[in-house]
Design a binder for this molecule. Sequence first.
Ligand code: ANZ
Ligand code: ZN
Length: 827
Amino acid sequence: MDVERYHPQQVEPKWAAAWEEQGLYLADESDTDRQRYYALDMFPYPSGDLHMGHLEAFSGGDVIPRLKRMQGYNVLHPIGWDSFGLPAENAAIKRGTHPKTWTYQNIDTQRATFRRLGISFDWSRAFNTSDPDYYRWTQWLFLRFWERGLAYRKASPVNWCPNDQTVLANEQVINGHCERCDALVEKRELTQWFLKITDYAQRLLDDMAGLEGRWSDKVLTMQRNWIGRSTGAEVDFTVEGTGERVRVFTTRPDTLFGATFFVLAPEHPLAERLVAGGPHEEAFRAFRARVERETEVERLAAERDKEGVFLGVHVINPVNGERIPVWAADYVLTEYGTGAIMAVPAHDQRDFEFARKYGLEVRVVIQPAEEEAAVPLESEFMTEAMAGAGRLVNSGPYDGLPVDEAITRITADLEARGLGKAAVNFRLRDWLVSRQRYWGCPIPIVHCESCGEVGVPDDQLPVLLPDDVTDFKPKGVSPLATSPGFVSVACPRCGGPGRRETDTMDTFVDSSWYFLRYTGLDPERPFDPERVAAWMPVDQYTGGIEHAILHLLYSRFFVKVLHDLGMVPFTEPFTAMLNQGMVVMHGAAMSKSRGNLVEPSAIIDQYGADVARLTILFAGPFEDDVDWADVSPEGVARWVQRVWRAVVGAAGGADGADGAETPADPELVRLAHRTTKGVAEDLERFRFNTAISKLMVLTNGLTDALRLGRGSAAERRDAASRLVLLLAPLAPFVTEELWRVLGNATSVHLARWPAYDPELTRAERVTCVLQVDGKVRDRLQVDPETGEDDLRAAALASAKVQTALGGRAVARVVVVPPKLVNVVTAK
Ligand code: ANZ
Ligand code: ZN
């Protein structure tokens, strides 16, 4: 052994192999005594080798299961790959290889890097979502959704990426651009598959109450906004002349008397019918064609000029029988509410801008409370809508009512007349899951001319991806359609000629249930319900904030459906969620094209895995972004060498250099216990960086004791053991080696997490002087943190102070925490 130097490049591969051989990190299915703990990391997409984001996520994600294992839990910490997806096809097109080849090569590379990093995975459960053994069950689950009407097909305007030539879910459109390639997204009318997540909107919202405090507020808020629940009313207007009813959704039924016009989305079927044959038909058609080319984001942008056309007809307002003109306008969307609105320009900003532009009436029906406005609102002088609260005016029988009361009353009165009712509206849309791409899970449906849509029978699953596709270029239809052997098939129901569905599923379907399969690779089922019940829900999930909406919402939805199918006993998959920040370089995202890419493999080559892990975790709070430009693997590497020398020194055993007995060092003992307490608390709260700081302090304390000949051999050895045990979840290799140096025969990672003596962790006491009228009467030993009120009370409770007071009245008490209390008597 090299006493002076630790050699990670020799030690790390040795232990990585030994751990695997011993099955050190396998979850124990037979053990029913120990409490179970499921620690899950978001599984990686195999786009190449692991990147710095992975290093951070998995280093942090590995601390938790290692800590829990040492605390005595039976831990499940699995890994797999989210291995379907577009980049594999794009790489295949570029390099002329098969997507499968590229994908599985990358998986091998990442697996090797994970092993070098020594992440405590249970490798026996690893799988890839592109394995037929996995996607068979994705298809099986899809069929269960389909049978319940939760998977369906409909023609709809979809987000189309002209570059990737595929449909995108709303969640994959970022400010009107494709999430992957940044191309401007277009709208196209296509027949697509959807999963009916909207059926679960309310439950997805309600169940968030149980996640409060265990998921970040930021993620919960993002989900809440994405689901976007609004309450209000649906109100029916009547088309003048035809008597046809047309429904609007409004959050403000109290403003019905202020509706001065009516707006249909240009795509609303009624718009087409109302305008047909009239003088406005041509203008309307030209307008609609223009609008259809715009994205939803453009149409909703607050600052943009709103545009519309009059349709030449009127509708009747149900509250007052007034006739108001009907327009079509771009700011009303077909996909939201009913696709029709009553426009109240005095109280809705979009309507206000539209009314001013086209010279439509603005009528005030809510007056703000007097203390809010100096003069009553008058429409001619308004420069913007008044969206706030107040009391109703110009509203017939409802005049004088406050807004909230008016909403209730007007809604109830409409309902009694059958012209409206209270309604809830969600922003959440159904999840578009079909993709016209090759490298995904085939949708297990056969189209038959006589039977329609027929599900592939369970015993014929998986519907395998055909191997004879050679052209992966996107053309708007799935490349699967080019495989004749794939497409034509006998209808499973009638035996007649059928055509296989050629779309594949969004990869977010694959990742919506993978955490269930980790509980056991069941050959007969997607998962074993008993094992799922034993391990799940996941105790701690770790992953990037970029999945705050998509993956986390979809997984929650899947689990709720599976719960309703009687397959899982819980309704939320992830009890607690931890999101790491991003790793950037000089403030910018790392990327090959920017030339600022640092790769974990290179850091491991140079410094070893422990230093790679410690460096990224020491860089700052786990949830904050890390700027790699600000961190120093060298500094961390030097510390690891100091840890090595200190522990080896303490293990040396003899008291003092000359073998003579060294004096006890209560300060070293206290430091060791204080560190034990502090690191445990930090790790439980994912404060990896401050835990590392505390361990550095302990290293210094131990080094000083050795250098200055302080502390008995036993004290030093105990401090060294604690240092090794506490560091083990963060730096598994050097601690394993040192644990053996300390004379242990079994792995440090199976050792018990150290306890501490609370007495020894207590902070130093300080003396607080108690005076009466400036004369010292008593002294107390107090915690330096003691507050003013406690000190005042303690001083007045002192017998010596009371004696000195001798019954005189106290005028005031001057407290200077924690050192002084002066009781001043009335003169
Ligand atoms: C009349 C009104 C008066 C409205 C008022 C607001 C204020 P949220 O909160 O987002 O749910 N709206 C309804 N459907 C729409 C659509 N398809 N496209 C564009 N706008 C639509 O917004 C609901 C409000 O947005 C509804 O309430 C409606 O305008 C508008 F003082 O009705 B309101
Ligand atoms: Zn048939």
